[in-house]
Design a protein around this ligand. Structure first.
Ligand SMILES: NC(=O)c1ccc[n+]([C@@H]2O[C@H](COP(=O)([O-])OP(=O)(O)OC[C@H]3O[C@@H](n4cnc5c(N)ncnc54)[C@H](OP(=O)(O)O)[C@@H]3O)[C@@H](O)[C@H]2O)c1
Length: 324
């Protein structure tokens, strides 16, 4: 029987169990996939801990790549043997085999490997919607990006740079600063060593930035607001340090009539046409070589707990994969 990571109760990485699971035959519009590479995302830790509640027991993981083993009777776009990848709201990607809705799958072109795709579907589409939909970054604009050497971060850093933006990258260590520079950062701030707001004011000649992309959350939220120019946009898209606590809307007013959004990828790819557009732009920018996929860590599927420990303790760079 195939094996998968399962969670029976919320908690730390130790609640991740590696178990045999029965995998059903696909329904008419589904695919059964033998997975070759699975992407690890910070959201998986929120599902594990209960910060984002899911029905227990549950599988974990939202992106992977693999080969179609069996296609449901009404599936026309895919057949057994096809290479595919997906991002899906249904958790359960940490598995050797699984069944997914065919509408979630995309065919992989020759230029995109399984491992690249598994590292890209959720994180790369996040970079896409942040830079191309939520706020369209412009040439020569100075923008602020937190956790710029992380999974979403390195992709967004390179893509924004390719679009002509000057990225001010915030990272947690000197080694990560070097990585951010290698991937195109115009300026790098090591958050633990420097005053974020002072540095951004100096870099932007006191003007501030038009947009901040902040996936760190609690620890950086108000400093990020202080880096914005009048009527700038705060994109608070994650909780790596914990969720942002409730606050008064006056905090936005007094800092210059700021805008705030708390977006989620799945609202930006809910329509099939939007999802297809995002995937096309993502694969194009990767195929062009402007955005390189850095896989910083690989673990056996059974070692998912270690992958979570490393991600949550800021020991990772780029994307993390689990190898079934
Ligand atoms: N809204 C959406 O649709 C969406 C989609 C995808 C991801 N996200 C969010 O984007 C963020 C990045 O996701 P990812 O999977 O690519 O992870 P990641 O960036 O690879 O890892 C998180 C990074 O956050 C930084 N960080 C700062 N304070 C931290 C703390 N107290 N604990 C842990 N990390 C801390 C660390 O980088 P430094 O050491 O350099 O500071 C760490 O490497 C997450 O918040 C995630 O939830 C949101």
């Amino acid at each position: 029987m195939p094996r998968a990571i399962r969670v029976h109760q919320y908690g730390g990485p130790e609640v991740l169990g590696f178990e045999e699971v029965a995998v059903a035959s696909p329904k008419p519009k589904q695919l059964r996939i033998r997975q070759t590479a699975v992407g690890v995302n910070f959201i998986d830790t929120y599902h594990r801990s209960g910060l984002y509640p899911v029905k227990l027991p549950t599988g974990l993981g939202m992106e992977a790549a693999g080969v179609v083993v069996e296609a449901g009777s009404k599936v026309t776009a895919f057949k057994a043997g096809d290479r595919v990848a997906y991002v899906d709201t249904a958790t359960g990607a940490y598995a050797e085999e699984r069944v997914i809705d065919a509408s979630r799958a995309v065919s992989l072109p020759d230029g995109i490997s399984d491992q690249q795709a598994a590292a890209l579907m959720l994180k790369g589409l996040t970079a896409w919607f942040l830079l191309r939909r939520c706020y369209r970054v412009k040439k020569n604009e100075q923008i602020l990006l937190h956790a710029a050497s992380g999974g979403v971060g390195l992709l967004a850093l390179q893509w924004a740079t390719a679009l002509g933006a000057k990225v001010i990258a915030v990272v947690g260590s000197d080694a990560k600063a070097e990585l951010a520079r290698e991937h195109g950062a115009a300026e790098v701030i090591v958050g633990s060593q420097e005053d974020l707001v002072e540095r951004v004011r100096a870099i932007t000649r006191k003007r501030g930035v038009p947009v901040v992309y902040d996936g760190v959350g609690k620890d950086t939220f108000f400093a990020s607001l202080d880096c914005l120019k009048s009527r700038g946009l705060m994109v608070s898209f994650g909780n790596a340090s914990g969720p942002v606590p409730p606050f008064s809307a006056l905090e936005l007013s007094k800092r210059g009539s700021l805008y705030l959004t708390r977006p989620t990828l799945f609202h930006y790819i809910a329509k099939a046409s939007d999802r297809a557009r995002g995937v096309r732009e993502l694969f194009e920018v990767v195929a062009s070589g402007k955005v390189k996929v850095k896989i910083g860590q690989r673990h056996a599927l059974a070692d998912a707990a270690q992958a979570h420990r490393d991600l949550e303790s800021r020991r990772t760079t780029g994307s993390t994969l689990l190898m079934p």
